[in-house]
Write a protein that binds this ligand. Sequence first.
Ligand SMILES: [Zn+2]
Ligand SMILES: [Zn+2]
Length: 172
Amino acid sequence: MGMFVKLGGAVNVLGGREEFRFQTTAEALDAMPENATLEGEIFVSGALMNTGQTLRVEGTVRVLRSFVCDRCLGQFSSPQEYSFSEDLARASDGETPIDGMLGVGEDAVDVAPLVRDTILTAQPLRNLCRADCRGLCSRCGADLNQGDCGCDRRSIDPRLADLQKLLTTEDG
Ligand SMILES: [Zn+2]
Ligand SMILES: [Zn+2]
């Protein structure tokens, strides 16, 4: 899906700006991260600005990100805000516009690819419910964020360790 912003009169004037606002979904935008789900509506707002040399596209994307924590395996949702800013060069007369360039006579800019890239590159490599998530006890599986379970995790009985390795292999 495209998100076309018309180049109104304002952006033809130096310093002029044209605001935009879109509502979409991860599916419609084809912006689906591998390790998370973006729930419901995605809100995009921003403005096109004529800076003289370029046409600057600036704005923010707001999503509700749901994920499973890599350490405690809990399910979490948190609102995220990502910002973007890109300068589109303007092609001069007779020049063939390349990617990220605005052709002569073009009367709209599609901000969808920029929004899609912004969302995908902003995704963290690791999913953590919080930076200091304590994860699960390697012995009893208790969520250590809820308090200590009392297990001694420093010395694992070698026979148990083997069994645990086997169980982990079968699980995964
Ligand atoms: Zn966690
Ligand atoms: Zn335990």
